[in-house]
Structure formats: structure tokens, C-alpha cells
Design a protein around this ligand. Sequence first.
Ligand SMILES: [Zn+2]
Ligand SMILES: [Zn+2]
Length: 253
Amino acid sequence: MLDSHVHIEHQPYSLELIDNMVKVAQSKGIDEINLLDHTHKFKEFEFLYEPAKKDPPSYKWYKNHKTISIQVYLDFISLVKSKEYPVKFNFGLEVCYFEETEDELREELKKYDFDFLIGSVHFIDGFAYDVNKENWEGRDINYLYKRYFEINESLVKSKIFTQVGHPDAIKKFGHTPSFDLHSYYESLANVIKECNIMTENNTGFARFGLTNYGLNKDFFEILKRAGVKVNKSSDAHKFQDIGNKFDEIESCN
Ligand SMILES: [Zn+2]
Ligand SMILES: [Zn+2]
């Protein structure tokens, strides 16, 4: 079984970390890990976040991250790939997708040779919607939902990515639009299928003690019916969370 979305994040780039990941994976019946880091960790991707300047609290959130050179990560990838492990490791990035910086992103990514690339919508017209609930106050929920699904479609159509990250993460803090979402689910599922990329059933919200982790059940069924490949993903930010809640969600390969 594959865990298709596992972060290094604040853990050290060390072989000890890889050994710990192997132990947890094996205890959960996982034999393949797609390991990644966020683009917001690397100075080479600072240009991506320019559109967040439209929303000062969101840009401040981004600027509070200390960035490092991606070379540190690339060197670590080479080191791990030179060793043998009973779990297969693939290496990639979770890219914050912005419609506004798509062309520059495509150019920058030409410099690297990753095994996979997850594209995720973490910002809506500059607004970092998943940081905290308070930042939603006074915002137009219907507009944000509509734009969230539109931006996900742009992400898929860019054909830059191999997988769409957590495609209904906008529900994180329990906000719901006044309109029915089924036509948005159908449309996004069809675009994902047409562009022949994958998506994921992500249990990451469980890390925050939230109970609405995993894809909306209807959305999952729509993706399945459309013939989209849906991988399980823990979105682990610590090795202990690899495969978290996998018994409670479905995949579709
Ligand atoms: Zn994400
Ligand atoms: Zn993630």
C-alpha cells in the first residue's frame, strides 16, 4: 500500500528519519511512500507567493516561514536513493498553486527531476484559507467555495502535476456554501480524468483533532465513477503519522 503524501517538514534531513519512517510504514502495511516538502520551505519558490500580497495576513503567514535552499533537499534525495530500504521512497514537492504564477512555476520546475508533484490550492485569490478559522470572518463563503473549485480546475489543466492535493480541503473549518456542491465535484472529477492525473483521499485534518478528514463521501463516489485514481494520503508532518486513519478511508486505483 502507498502513502502518497508524507512531509519531511520540520524533521531533520537524516537517515535516522528514514529508518523511523520505514518502521512506522511496515507496522501499518505500507510499502511505498511519496515523500515531499512544501514549496514554502524553499527560497527558490518565493516568487510563487507574490499573489498572497493581496491578503496581508496571509502574506504575513508565508513570510513567517524561514526559507532554505532546495539544494539541501536535493542532496538528501540523492543520499536516500543511494541506499536500499524495504519501503520504496519516491520524492517530490507539494506545490502551492496560484493561477497568477503558473508560467513562472512551469519554468522553475524545469530545473528539477522529481518523481511526482502534488499541486495544492492553499490560497484563494491570495487568502490562505486553511490557516485559522478567525481569518474567515467577514468573508463571502459562497465566493470562496466557487473560486476554490475553479482554481483546482486551473491547477489540473496546467498539466504540471501528477496529483491534486486534498481536493475538498476548503471544508476544513466547517464552513458550507448555500448552494449544492455536486456539480462542482462532477466538473472537477471530469477535468482530473481528462487530464489523466491522480488525486487523494487525505486524512491530514485528523492531525488537528478535526473529524472531517478524508474526502466527502459523495465526492469520492463521483471520482470513482469518473475513473479517477484516488490514493490514500496521511499528509503526515511527523513520521509517527504515516498511514494515520488509513483503515477509515477508501482508495481507488
Ligand atoms: Zn496541503
Ligand atoms: Zn501536505
